[in-house]
Ligand binder design. Sequence first.
Ligand code: GLN
Length: 242
Amino acid sequence: MLLRVCHLYPDLLNLYGDRGNVLAFLARCRWRGIPAIVHRVQKGEQVNFQEMDFLFLGGGSDREQNLMTKDLMRRADALREAIEGGLVVLAICGGYQLLGHYYRTREGQIIPGLGLLDLFTVAGPRRLIGNIAVEIELDGKSWRITGFENHAGRTYLGQIAPLGRVLAGHGNNGEDGLEGARYKNVFCSYLHGPLLPKNPPLTDYLIQAALKRRGLPFSLEPLDDRLETAANQVMLRRLGVG
Ligand code: GLN
């Protein structure tokens, strides 16, 4: 058993410590004796998504999104097939926007997305910035996750479920109370922080989904999450929803 983690465009898509998501996934595997390795895939490099167990796409500024969009487009069919087959994906902010139909910048430039998810993003006049709390449901159990958001893009969902509901903060667009998107094993969110180190239940859910997809035993030993839980509580209280 070996879980393969693909970090796509690690140099271009990595804002506010987004790489910590990969580190948290690996650490929580390692602490349970589950071997896992990272493939850092740059522009122009080959990767077989079917062989991967967890794909991570981080956030990036408009400039960086522009730099890798052509390369990403070439991977659209392969990625669609892997996603339909249950590939576990976490996409944050800029990475999230690129999985949708398009991102329209403040200047009116359309950066095409992969169109794998039914959503689009339009940059608004002011950035949506700050700490955020979101209620999400995993296997019928609800959790309050926390993070930090900083985006100009307002994302609107079509025929696709949100990741969760905003308790405090802005979320997808500051209007409809929704945050992120969820399709099969694809999880999208505006939450930096980074997201996974701050929210262990979500990390474990992704690890389990990856194990399940390979037909491996997926029940995970609990870990000592007292520090993470305490940090989560502090932020929820600070945001007035704890
Ligand atoms: N450029 C995008 C926006 O501002 C994404 C930013 C990000 O990934 N933090 O909406």
